[in-house]
Design a protein around this ligand. Structure first.
Ligand code: GSH
Length: 205
């Protein structure tokens, strides 16, 4: 199988990258550097018209959206056990990933780039503060979910890869997450994994 991941360091493609490594997949990484606006280049738009990372090309066919990619990885490499086999827990895992992708990610985007949402620079501080507060509200729910647990489920899954990015990106935004002890422990546990170390240190030459 021929697999290419389009990735930008620090972006949510980190989650996909971690899961591919955890799956033991053989794949290429192509850097699309968001800091250089590579995602808007005509060459990349021809590959992924949504102009976002992550993007996977599998034997010539493109797949976008973290939730779909993570599910594809787990289903393609079943021996890695990256999603719960129990039907209800499997749906809970999809629910978590849908929540991370549509319920939490957006607050990080608003905090990072308020100009995308409002041209009036006077409003940016307010947008950022509201985005931070909404993120923190969601993280309190994740904290309750993770309390007393090592992983979201009784073994490592793609939800753990995905949440690693949700937490890591908030640190980059300067959020103080120390009140969320279980989330912080989860993050530190993730950082000990070889896959995460590889993703954190893999930068373009
Ligand atoms: N719904 C997409 C979101 C992807 C996304 O927003 N990626 C960001 C990086 S974290 C991006 O490529 N942003 C570039 C831009 O908006 O110009 C997914 O779940 O994969």
């Amino acid at each position: 199988m021929d697999i290419t991941l389009y990735h930008s360091p620090g972006a949510c493609s980190m989650a996909t990258y971690i899961s591919l490594l955890e799956a033991g997949a053989v794949f290429d990484v192509k850097f699309i550097l968001l800091k250089n606006n590579d995602q808007t280049s005509p060459d990349y738009a021809a590959i992924n018209p949504k102009k976002k990372v992550p993007f996977l090309v599998i034997d010539g066919k493109g797949l976008s959206e973290n939730i779909a990619m993570q599910t594809w990885i787990a289903e393609t490499y079943p021996e890695a056990n990256l999603l719960p086999s129990d039907s209800w827990k499997h749906k809970q895992a999809l629910s978590h990933m849908g929540w991370f992708g549509s319920g939490i990610h957006q607050h990080l985007t608003r905090h990072f780039k308020p100009v995308k949402f409002c041209a009036d620079t006077n409003a940016h501080a307010d947008i950022k503060e509201k985005a931070r507060a909404m993120y923190m509200e969601q993280l309190a729910l994740v904290e309750a979910e993770l309390m007393g647990k090592t992983w979201f489920f009784d073994h490592f899954t793609v939800c753990d890869s995905y949440f690693f990015w949700i937490y890591d990106r908030a640190l980059t935004e300067g959020f103080d997450l120390s009140e969320f002890k279980s989330c912080t422990d989860h993050y530190n546990r993730m950082r000990e994994r070889e896959s995460v170390q590889k993703v954190l240190t893999h930068k373009p030459d």
